[in-house]
Design a protein. Structure first.
Lengths: 279, 382
């Protein structure tokens, strides 16, 4: 059997397990409720803003947005591109990117540690290469997270369309694009979560360690920002959202390559350690 | 094994009318040698020949998982080979230079007290643990070579819980898929093996809801799925009620001859019953290994229990084939040692001794060959 088939079987089971477990269902429902609530809140803020700026022409409004985006991303092409994005979608995108690590840590802390705790993992290591098991676990987690965020984004698109924030075509095309941008970033977070989970045999320790690692990465990012040390910010996966949303292809490619590289690094490290350790 | 070799007679009384069996050539060839206590360096101490291996089961190639995709298999005489295998956990040496060979098709026991290194040895065979030193091969491959051993080895780990959220059927089908059984045959294979462990009704039951006995049988089912060539069973009847334990034993027996079985257990009676041979471990070292006949010395001594009444010990001692005799007055047990070979085997000695005893009105309550595995283990381990 090829390693790809092994990975597929392990990931399929993981996906099935996640959506049948109470934890998976609760997190899905909470994500949907949270996403809807945030969207409604942002739409309300938008409405207030529109009422306040009622005398500003749409052209002037768009120009102001373009300037703001150009300043934020340091690139006129990106500023122009994002000035057409429905504001609510863009805001929700950044919020979900920021909250995704929380979702991943709650979904993934017992991804491997749960199987190690009572040696359940032994049923798999007899039948799959250990690296395949680890990649399958990561893929299962990533697919689960991606499915939850897609559902959440879809709800947001609907709310956006129903409230008239954007035409349906705009909302969906931008919505899908923004959701796709979350995928490489969540892949890295899932890699980190799988790595941490594979180190511990006790799920609660894995959860605490995952929180700690995520927090340290965030603090490192803040320090990097504060003291203009770019190298420190690159360790934080969410840094790459500005790369992946960028209109410049070189930036986009850099962001994608960084995410793929980091994911490979974390999943590779967990596979290597898992292969070497006693179970 | 013991069923064949141990005879228990309830209060046989008075002289028998039948004559003693005539001396004849032994119907079964005697074993080649007795089990020798292993030296510290077990690599050259453990007897490697396995005279107990069944004819026709010498090659593992004959066993092909039904429904499994075609895989080119390397024919092997030796199903499991350990060469000076050592496992250390920090400063603690759990297994120390153990060497063993288990012939394909045999049923082999791993015996020893707590902390002897049975489970560690077993876990290394299954690939859960990696040896610190030495070489371990299963069907000619390292246990870590999963792709080569997939569907060829089944393992019942002692303390690995089933995934609680999975339904039994789902779990077994998933295991079958990973064993490369064709997708359309997975459910059939899973249902068949579940039926074999008498768990047809558990298909939709969550593994987390199973009782200990049910879970053990599902664990056994996953070990047997796809008809693997080598099956490793760690404490297969531990914690089971007598009835379920009996059923599990019968199931294991039914697999005899179909695959190589390695059974690690504290239950010596169980091992004596089902195993062809065994290795006795103590404090991580191999202290003896060989066929069950060799380990229990069943071809060198017989034990006869007498009820109160005459005990013609001196007459038995005078028999020509008797080398030595011990009589325990308190337990009323007669232990007869004899030199096997040259036309003398245990069955003939039993016949001759019983004839003398019955002629002299002795009341015989039990007859057995050898000293029993339990006693042998007690002698060899601290």
């Amino acid at each position: 059997m090829s390693p790809f088939s092994e990975v597929r079987f392990v990931a399929q089971r993981e996906l099935r397990k996640s959506f049948r477990s109470a934890k998976g269902i609760v997190l899905l429902v909470l994500s949907l409720l949270g996403g809807t609530a945030v969207t409604l809140l942002l739409a309300w803020v938008q409405q207030l803003k529109r009422e306040k700026l009622a005398n500003v022409t749409p052209e002037a409004m768009e120009s102001a947005r373009e300037d703001a985006m150009t300043q934020a991303f340091g690139d006129p092409a990106t500023g122009k591109l994002l000035s057409h994005t429905p504001e609510v979608l863009l805001a929700v995108f950044f919020i979900t990117i920021w909250l995704t690590p929380l979702l991943i840590s709650l979904l993934g802390f017992d991804n491997v540690s749960g199987d190690m705790q009572h040696k359940t993992v032994r049923y798999w290591t007899l039948r799959t290469r250990r690296a395949s098991y680890m990649v399958g676990k990561w893929l299962g987690l990533w697919t689960t997270v991606s499915a939850i965020t897609l559902t959440m984004h879809a709800v947001i698109w609907v709310v956006c369309i129903v409230r008239g924030e954007a035409p349906a075509a705009t909302a969906i095309s931008w919505g899908v694009r923004l959701w796709l941008i979350t995928l490489p970033i969540s892949a890295v977070w899932c890699g980190i979560s799988t790595f941490v989970s594979s180190i511990f045999k006790t799920p609660i320790l894995a959860l605490l360690a995952t929180f700690a690692v995520f927090f340290v990465l965030w603090v490192t990012f803040l320090i990097g920002l504060r003291f203009n040390v770019d190298a420190l910010t690159y360790a934080y996966p969410n840094t790459y959202d500005s790369f992946l949303i960028n209109a410049r292809i070189d930036k986009w490619m850099t962001g994608l390559a960084a995410c793929i590289g980091m994911t490979a690094l974390y999943v590779g490290a967990s596979s290597f350690m898992f292969t070497k350790r006693d179970l | 094994m013991s069923g064949d070799e141990t005879t228990t007679t309830k209060e046989a009384q008075g002289p028998a009318s039948a004559p003693p069996p005539a001396p004849a050539a032994p119907s079964t060839p005697p074993a080649n040698g007795t089990a020798q206590p292993a030296k510290a360096d077990a690599g050259d101490a453990a007897p490697m020949s396995n005279p107990y291996a069944k004819e026709g089961a010498a090659s593992a190639e004959v066993f092909v998982a039904e429904g499994a995709k075609k895989r080119k298999k390397k024919p092997v005489e030796i199903a499991i080979r350990l060469t000076k295998v050592t496992k250390r956990f920090g400063v603690k040496t759990a297994v120390d230079g153990v060497s063993l060979k288990v012939k394909a098709g045999s049923v082999y026991g791993l015996i020893g007290p707590n902390g002897a290194g049975k489970t560690t040895t077993f876990s290394m065979m299954a690939g859960f643990l990696q040896p610190t030193e030495g070489v371990l091969e299963v069907l000619g491959y390292s246990p870590m070579q999963v792709d080569e051993l997939r569907s060829r080895i089944g393992v019942l780990p002692q303390d690995a819980l089933l995934p609680g959220a999975d339904k039994v059927g789902q779990f077994l089908v998933h295991m079958a898929q990973l064993q490369d059984i064709p997708t359309d045959a997975c459910e059939e294979a899973a249902r068949a093996v579940l039926a074999e462990v008498d768990g047809r009704d558990w298909w939709d039951v969550k593994c987390g809801s199973l009782s200990h006995g049910m879970a053990k049988r599902v664990q056994l089912a996953q070990a047997l799925i796809g008809d693997p060539e080598v099956v490793l069973l760690d404490e297969p009847t531990a914690g089971l009620d007598p009835r379920v334990a009996y059923e599990v034993r019968q199931l294991i027996k039914s697999r005899k001859g179909r695959c190589t079985l390695i059974v690690s257990s504290h239950n010596l009676a169980e091992l004596e019953e089902i195993c062809d041979g065994a290795a006795i471990l103590d404090r991580g070292r191999l202290v003896a290994s060989g066929s069950m006949n060799e380990l229990t010395a069943s071809s060198e001594e017989i034990r006869i229990k007498l009820s109160p009444g005459p005990a013609p010990v001196s007459l038995v001692r005078d028999l020509p084939m008797v080398k030595r005799l011990e009589w325990d007055e308190e337990r009323r047990e007669l232990v007869v040692y004899f030199e096997r070979g040259q036309g003398v085997d245990a069955e003939q000695v039993i016949g001759a001794v019983l004839w003398v005893l019955l002629q002299n009105q002795a009341r015989i309550s039990a007859v057995s060959k050898g000293r029993g595995l339990e006693q042998r283990v007690m002698e060899l381990t601290d």
